[in-house]
Design a protein. Structure first.
Length: 60
């Protein structure tokens, strides 16, 4: 039986390491944790990506 809590859980955010696309016309980015490559290329436009941090909801 599923249990539903009426209390809204606050979304916890944390500084997360991400890769962002270096192409200004592209919105591509990904969590670094999801990339196993040292230097991934953008999944949208194949451009180089650079490391950054972004405030994102914490992963459970
Ligand atoms: Zn891109």
């Amino acid at each position: 039986m599923a249990y539903y809590n009426n209390r809204r859980e606050p979304v916890e955010e944390e500084e997360t390491r991400i890769w962002t696309c270096t192409n200004d016309d592209c919105q591509g980015w990904m969590r670094a944790a999801y990339s196993f490559k040292k230097k991934p290329s953008c999944p949208l436009c194949q451009s180089d990506m650079h490391a950054e941090t972004k405030l994102l909801p914490k992963l459970m």
